[in-house]
Design a protein around this ligand. Sequence first.
Ligand SMILES: [Zn+2]
Length: 135
Amino acid sequence: MNIYVSAPHSVLDTITFGNMKSNPKRYCLECGKILHGRSDKKFCNDICRSAYANKRYKTTHSEIFRIHRILLRNHHLLEEYLQNGFSQISVRELYLRGFNFDYFTSIHTKSCRHIEIFCFDIRYIILDNDVKIWR
Ligand SMILES: [Zn+2]
């Protein structure tokens, strides 16, 4: 009589036959290949180890990457205006070109009239409908 058993690897791999106990198979956390060697090994090589670590880092820091991209975009836009000799741009134009006014790197209140907003090394103040920028 044949008995067919269907079970996940982890169950079948730990079944013992007589006094021959098989070691449970372990798989690389990144690529899924069977691991050989030390029982605490989690990856088949350094490439898989770093690929796994990079993915985890990107997942847990995704919000930081998102905000950083916004700040870089803002800085790129301001930099472009400065390099083309502009020191004042309309709020509307900046907004339409993708500038995100919700994010900045720091804020300084030098006088009670204006608040200087920094995007890394470029600063700006909002004057009604315009943004005045300088470095
Ligand atoms: Zn691997």
